[in-house]
Design a protein around this ligand. Structure first.
Ligand SMILES: C[S@@+](CC[C@H](N)C(=O)[O-])C[C@H]1O[C@@H](n2cnc3c(N)ncnc32)[C@H](O)[C@@H]1O
Length: 269
């Protein structure tokens, strides 16, 4: 019989301890990476998922879920920074977590695929902006990344220059409202671990064109231990037109389009 509360307490303590160890000394990163790998497997494990679903202490469940979502997001951010630094120092590295994330990119927009003459924006591009690099290199689209963290922006720019020197990649710490060409963006991806992603989505309604397609990465229920969940949108602004629930992927994807466009203008694909 699984004691899910106890399991979550163990993960929470382990994250707090290993995160602090890495902040004190970068060389401890392998311990945090090992924990993130194990946690990724845990979040995809059906038995633990069932135990979590049957856990009825809602208050405690919410408290633990929020704390684990926050500390695992901080840990992934730190892992990305150190992964970027390793790359820039000429050292190779790989991890199951990144393979899982990177594997998702091609399927992300479903029917609304990104094409060469499209423009993609990633909100929360991080220190290792693999999504942007893949889209720019493989599809040839223009890509923009924004991140609130200056270290992530600096490392992200250098990683992009190293892995895709010819590609059309712009990374900055601008907000969506500060992007001059936001109205020509065709596709927008939200990183799952951006806490205020739904506030930014709401703000984007007035800034974007009517055809823009949004991919919101999220995790509900058990997956909310490693992602921020879906939230309701103002249905006069954004409607969810498709949800991809992915049993073997860390996050799920919700596709949003503008709800009401002027009569005669289609917003379907
Ligand atoms: C670690 S990365 C990407 C992680 C993972 N690949 C994902 O899909 O969530 C998430 C980035 O979001 C950034 N971020 C958090 N809040 C943000 C915000 N309000 N605006 C822009 N970037 C934000 C963080 O600084 C971090 O670099």
């Amino acid at each position: 019989m699984i004691n899910i509360n106890e399991q979550l307490e163990i993960y929470l303590k382990a994250f707090e301890q290993r995160y602090t160890e890495v902040v004190q000394n970068n060389e401890n990163i392998h311990k945090l990476e090992e924990l993130i790998e194990r946690y990724s497997g845990f979040v995809l494990d059906q038995q633990y998922q069932q135990a979590y679903t049957s856990w009825l202490d809602i208050k405690e469940k919410q408290r633990m879920t929020q704390q684990l979502a926050d500390i695992s997001a901080k840990s992934v951010k730190l892992m990305e920074e150190l992964r970027a630094q390793r790359l820039l120092n000429g050292e190779a590295s790989t991890s199951q977590y990144f393979e899982n994330i990177e594997h998702c990119i091609n399927e992300e927009f479903g029917q609304c695929k990104v094409r060469a003459n499209d423009k993609l924006l990633l909100v929360g591009s991080g220190a290792y902006p693999m999504t942007l690099i893949q889209v720019a290199k493989e599809i040839g689209a223009e890509v923009i990344g924004i991140d609130i963290d200056d270290t992530a922006v600096d490392l992200g720019q250098r990683v992009a220059k190293t892995l895709a020197p010819e590609a059309n990649i712009h990374i900055s710490n601008k907000t969506v409202a500060q992007l001059e060409d936001i109205d020509t963006v065709t596709h927008i991806i939200f990183s799952s671990t951006v806490p205020i992603k739904y506030q930014i989505l709401d703000q984007l309604y007035a800034l974007t064109n009517n055809q823009v397609v949004i991919s919101m990465r999220y995790g509900n229920g058990f997956k909310a231990l490693f992602n921020y969940p879906m939230e309701e949108t103002n249905l006069k602004k954004w409607k969810c037109v498709h949800k991809q629930l992915r049993a073997n992927q860390i996050f799920d994807v919700a596709i949003y389009r503008k709800s009401l466009v002027k009569a005669g203008v289609r917003n379907d694909v």
